[in-house]
Design a protein around this ligand. Structure first.
Ligand code: FES
Length: 116
């Protein structure tokens, strides 16, 4: 059994400040690292800027809001927004991050390590 150490970073002052492109995906920057954000099924998600298959830019991908997935614009692999798992083909996992929207702002949690 292990615990993940999460450091929370303020990505915006509020949800309203997040700019989404025509595909419903936005990009925020945390300590110089680009992270994609999108809202599906009334819930915010944060995920990798680059596809784990061959580096496609996920911000240019396609949201399947009803299914809770995002598809890569290069080869179309579909990743679950909650856990990053790719259904077809199996074996690729897109990095996902925790999101929290509070009075102090729109926060993204970055894993800093694990401890036992
Ligand atoms: S680069 Fe994303 S599916 Fe191939």
């Amino acid at each position: 059994m292990f615990w993940k150490k999460i450091k929370w970073h303020k990505a915006a002052n509020s949800e309203a400040e997040i700019k989404l492109n025509s595909n419903g995906i936005g990009v925020v920057e945390i300590e110089g690292k680009k992270i994609c954000v999108a809202k599906a099924k009334n819930e915010w998600h944060a995920f990798a800027y680059s596809c784990p298959h061959a580096g496609g830019i996920m911000a240019e991908g396609y949201l399947d809001e009803a299914g809770g997935n995002v598809s890569c614009p290069i080869h179309g692999y579909k990743f679950n927004l909650k856990n990053g798992r790719c259904k077809i083909p199996d074996g690729f996992t897109m990095k996902t991050y925790r999101v929290d929207s509070k009075e102090e702002g729109f926060l993204i949690g970055i894993e800093e390590g694990r401890f036992f």
